[in-house]
Write a protein that binds this ligand. Structure first.
Ligand code: IPE
Ligand code: IPE
Ligand code: MG
Length: 252
């Protein structure tokens, strides 16, 4: 196992290119404080701001945040509408600064379930920031890994029907052109806050070889140093991708 000291300024080349985060634990954070769950979601917005800034400092080029899953519609109506309101508000409030800082925004998920107004807003934000080069920030909303694979299968079937692709050309590389995040490398590191150790239907295909990092820290408590800690742990992981370790000599 390699132990590389964590020095932000010199470690940028080894920095994970793509970090994905399951931002979990807002509800418990609020409950612990005898507050409504929605106040946890509000507090979580500050952590989003901190994570974006710190990821950019570290040299991360793609940051993908799980904001709302396809299954989260099953929550109480009030909580869902509050989450939508927070999302809409954050879009208005945060975008100018993100744009100024060279962040390109993108949204993945089944956006058809959102109101016309919100969909338009997301499209405007994507268009406004599309030339930005510092970092790509992808927000997963009404996203599910199974949905992603299914929608890719549907689009592939359509391409096949329209003779845009031959059956013999279907392989992992061509299939994933139809998936979300098709212009990003696979996530190097996936962080889940809140203590649970599961993917909850996030990036099922893309995270096949991603390093997983679970922390008890609840999302509203996750700050710059929490992200540094996760990245530090990532530096100490050995990624083998099914091969034998680099330093081990082949037996003859
Ligand atoms: C994550 O926090 C935010 C969303 C899923 C939208 P939770 O609301 O799931 O918080 P816990 O897991 O109940 O504490
Ligand atoms: C995952 O958290 C989804 C997001 C963080 C947006 P959940 O709280 O919905 O996941 P489960 O229900 O604990 O698996
Ligand atoms: Mg949760």
């Amino acid at each position: 196992m390699r132990i590389i000291p964590f020095v932000l300024s010199t470690e940028t080349s080894k920095a994970p290119k793509h970090i994905a985060i399951i931002m979990d634990g807002n509800g418990r954070w609020a409950t612990l404080r005898n507050k409504y769950r929605t106040s946890g979601h509000k507090a979580g917005v500050n952590s989003v701001r901190k994570a974006i800034k710190q990821a950019s400092e570290i040299g991360v080029q793609w940051l993908t945040l799980f904001a709302f899953s396809s299954e989260n519609w099953q929550r109480p109506e009030k909580e869902v509408s509050m989450l939508m309101e927070l999302f809409t508000r954050a879009l208005k409030k945060e975008v100018p600064e993100l744009h100024e800082n060279g962040v390109r925004l993108s949204f993945i998920g089944d956006l058809s379930r959102f109101s016309d107004g919100l969909r338009k807003r997301m499209k405007t934000v994507e268009d406004l920031t599309k030339e930005n080069k510092k970092m790509v920030l992808t927000i997963a909303v009404n996203y599910g890994g199974r949905w992603d694979i299914m929608q890719a299968a549907h689009r592939l079937a359509l391409a096949l029907k329209n003779n845009l692709i031959k059956e013999s050309d279907i392989n992992e590389r061509t299939f994933e052109q139809f998936l979300s995040l098709n212009d990003a490398p696979y996530p190097d590191l996936l962080i889940r806050t809140g203590g649970d150790q599961r993917l909850s239907n996030f990036l099922l295909w893309q995270a096949a070889y991603t390093e997983l990092y679970f922390t008890q820290t609840l999302w509203p408590d996750f700050d710059e140093s929490s992200l540094n800690q996760a990245v530090e742990e990532y530096y100490n992981r050995e990624r083998r991708f099914g091969k034998i370790p680099n330093h081990v000599k082949e037996e003859i």
